[in-house]
Design a protein around this ligand. Structure first.
Ligand code: QAP
Ligand code: CO
Length: 216
């Protein structure tokens, strides 16, 4: 089942999807009723814990991936599941504590069909001189949103879910999101683009809510 198109959907879509008719795990799934299929999917996909700033692991520079194999696809599946559960629109592997250069994203509007996207070893080939500002948030900086200025268009090269090289122009929200996520690969958070005062204030508040949450 892992690696088929049906896996690149949020769990809720998977669970209501038409059963695949052929092949390996798909054949196993085809023999299950809806409830057991749902249990099966839950057993092979996982929502992982998201690191919250100021966790020092978020400052790690992530390592390039040398092979897009089933193990990496399993990680990407878990990242997507974690992002959908949050819910969020973009997630880098280091946000679940795995320091590899992998990003998942879905910018589809609520109610539209999901559009999961996977970026392995992404590189910026070119960026516009024109900057644009967007009120960014981050699953690792919950409940804070601040304006960040970035190039409004970037050209990116990356490997997709199947390990095929791709190149495309990102603009609008896609441009904001890919640059935000690629910052994570360098250990950079959106708060690092703010003034020291604003950054310190946000991190202190996050640390305080962590203390309150773990105090029991
Ligand atoms: C990064 O962000 C991003 O504070 C992805 O309480 C942000 O998915 C790209 C989220 C802005 C482009 C523009 C944040 C969820 C999700 C929160 C996210 C929260 C719950 C953020
Ligand atoms: Co983020």
């Amino acid at each position: 089942m892992r690696g088929t198109d049906s896996r690149r959907l949020p769990a809720e879509y998977n669970k209501s999807a038409t059963l695949p008719q052929t092949g390996g795990a798909a054949g196993v799934a085809a023999g299950l009723d809806a409830r057991r299929l749902s249990e099966y999917l839950n057993s092979i996909m996982a929502v992982r814990d998201i690191l919250i700033a100021p966790d020092p692991r978020l400052k790690t520079v992530s390592e390039p991936v040398d092979r897009v194999d089933d193990e990496l696809r399993a990680l990407m599946d878990d990242m997507l599941e974690t992002m959908y559960a949050a819910p969020g629109i973009g997630l880098a592997a280091i946000q679940i504590g795995v320091p590899v250069r992998v990003i998942v994203m879905d910018l589809a509007h609520d109610g539209d069909a999901p559009e999961p996207r996977f970026f392995v070893n992404p590189e910026i080939l070119d960026q516009s001189d024109t900057l644009t500002s967007y009120a960014e948030g981050c699953l690792s900086v919950p409940e804070f949103y601040e304006d960040v200025e970035r190039p409004d268009t970037v050209r990116v090269r990356y490997l997709d879910y199947d390990g095929n090289p791709r190149e495309e122009e990102a603009r609008d929200l896609f441009a904001v999101c890919i640059q935000h996520e690629m910052d994570h690969l360098e250990g950079v958070l959106f708060v690092d683009h703010l003034s020291r005062l604003k950054r310190a204030s946000i991190l202190k508040k996050l640390q305080k809510s962590r203390r309150l949450a773990t105090a029991g």
